[in-house]
Design a protein. Sequence first.
Length: 188
Amino acid sequence: MGSVDALIVGLGNPGGKYARTRHNVGWMAVDALLEEHGAKTKAKYHGRYAEVQLGEIPVGILTPETFMNDSGRSVGACLRDLRLPIDELVVIYDDIELEPGVVRAREGGGLKGHNGLRSLADALGSPDFVRVRCGVGRPGKDDRRDVAAYVLSPFEAHEDPAALARDAARCAEAIIVEGIDTALQRWP
């Protein structure tokens, strides 16, 4: 390939202890997309990078390996190198404001204390990028963990992170191929 028209980013944290945590659902979604398209990543942009064809559109897929709160360094370097504007960026991340298992598309929006989104907004100079929100919920009433400990913990046995990741991957692909308006109708 060599030239892409859009970039999909999945947010997460490197290291085995974070692999199956709620905070890494963005990585899981990107992995599902890569697997579906038979793409292999290479080390690039402080992360793992691959290029795929979604419909007729060449797309870069990036998994920053800089820890969540420094994701902007990876994504900023990638967008600059690819010469892509911020409106060609789709970011997949965990969202505690949504019920577990729910996926929503969104154009821009606030940061709501999410350190990965904050890092991206700081590095890119704007929070106005398209998002795929993956619902992971909040700690339950009897759960004494704070939000940070909760999102850095593994999914519960009754939760299905693979299904959530696949739905998020489909949403990101629909945003690229069919447009944000169509995706907003299917993932409101």
